[in-house]
Design a protein around this ligand. Structure first.
Ligand SMILES: *Cc1c(COP(=O)(O)O)cnc(C)c1O
Length: 371
């Protein structure tokens, strides 16, 4: 099927070792998720019923009060902020992005101002809100947050749980408690953290936002999970700024199928399988001249390892960055994370890859290193 699409439209065949990367199509859905999406496309539904089905399932799995599906997490950030400004006031919803007369300050720690394709500040401003940055790039304390929260017209606190944050890690539970001390809601953007959803909800956050297309491997969709009144106010934004951010029937059907699979997932077995692939890769890569491979834990605590490939400076195969480029230019086009290439390091995430694909990457590395 994939090969048919690639051949028909002359598209590049990609091996994605870059992780849940939007420009490459993020993740691979299982056959049962694919079937659910295809089946939904040919049917009509009462969309509210699909949304209720997701809400009930998420509530059962996580213990959260409610959930709703939106187009993606970028949309979910804008809608969640809008919900904290308007509640379910129809006039407020219709008035946005004009926030005259509403609380509109959104507090965000400086180290949480991430860029996942655009700056998260853009997602805040799209609701009509004004971002207020607390602390500095290198550190933001709970006191810095409290200091920012106290000013008038504050709508909420926005926190991010991601590998993309910088500076001294902030205790999310304490930050959430600081918002609650001022009677304000706290939202956590945990887009790629669905495998740690329980921990994020345990911080006491009022809303947690998850990208269904990342490790859940559903179609592109944002899950907004948490307080029933706020979830309802997020959904109500569809009659205002949220119209262009709505979930489609096929994405909701795909999310339902993916949630069902997640409920049945044997996490220990899944984790052991990811470990096996990484350890095999590391062993094979270490046999290639000029490369040193190690297994690396996820810095946010996601339950799988990645491969760190160090390209030795003395080796003929110039630099890590040149190796990354050469991998991309070959066929299939192999994508790895080269954010840290200046230090000689490439990172590979093997989660969606089969053994056959991993073997292709290893043999390409061997050929390039001996070139
Ligand atoms: C991926 C990501 C987003 C954006 O999610 P989409 O579902 O692609 O809109 C937002 N925040 C973080 C931290 C992300 O990793």
């Amino acid at each position: 099927m994939t090969h048919t699409i690639h051949a028909k439209y002359a598209l590049t065949h990609v091996l994605n070792a870059h992780g849940t990367f939007t420009p490459l199509g993020v993740s691979r859905s299982s056959p049962s998720v694919q079937r659910a999406v295809a089946a939904a496309l040919g049917e009509f539904f009462i969309i509210d019923e699909l949304q209720v089905a997701v809400s009930e399932r998420v509530a059962r799995i996580t213990g959260a009060e409610a959930a709703t599906v939106t187009h993606c997490t970028a949309a979910a950030i804008t809608l969640a902020i809008a919900a904290t400004m308007t509640g379910d006031s129809e006039t407020g919803i219709a008035q946005l992005p004009d926030t005259t007369g509403m609380p509109n300050r959104v507090i965000i720690p400086a180290g949480h101002v991430v860029n996942y394709g655009h700056s998260i500040l853009t997602a805040i401003r799209l609701a009509g809100a004004v971002p207020v940055i607390a602390g500095t790039e290198s550190a933001c304390t709970v006191d810095d947050i409290s200091h920012a929260l106290v000013a008038e017209h504050t709508a909420c606190l926005l926190l991010v749980s991601s590998r993309l944050t910088h500076g001294t890690p902030l205790d999310l539970g304490q930050a959430v408690a600081a918002a609650h001390a001022y009677g304000l809601p706290a939202i956590i953007d945990g887009a790629a953290q669905d495998l740690r959803l329980d921990e994020l909800l345990a911080t006491g956050a009022d809303l947690v936002l998850i990208s269904a297309q990342k490790y859940l491997a559903a179609p592109t969709a944002g899950l907004i999970i948490g307080r029933r009144d706020l979830v309802r106010a997020c959904r109500a934004q569809e009659r205002g700024i949220g119209r262009g951010m709505k979930a489609t029937k096929e994405s909701i059907a795909g999310v339902l199928a993916a949630l069902e699979e997640r409920e049945q997932l044997d996490v220990a077995a899944w984790r052991a399988e990811q470990d096996r692939k990484v350890r095999w890769f590391v062993e094979q890569a270490n046999a290639i001249a000029g490369l040193t491979a190690t297994a690396q834990e996820d810095p946010t605590g996601l339950p799988f390892l990645r491969v760190c490939l160090h390209v030795e400076p003395s080796h003929r195969q110039e630099t890590a960055s040149a190796l990354s480029q050469a991998l991309r230019q070959g066929s299939p086009s192999i994508w790895v994370v080269d954010r840290d290439a200046a230090a000689g390091n490439l990172i590979l995430e093997l989660v969606p890859l089969t053994d056959t694909e991993i073997a292709i990457i290893l043999s390409r590395l061997a050929v390039l290193s001996e070139a």
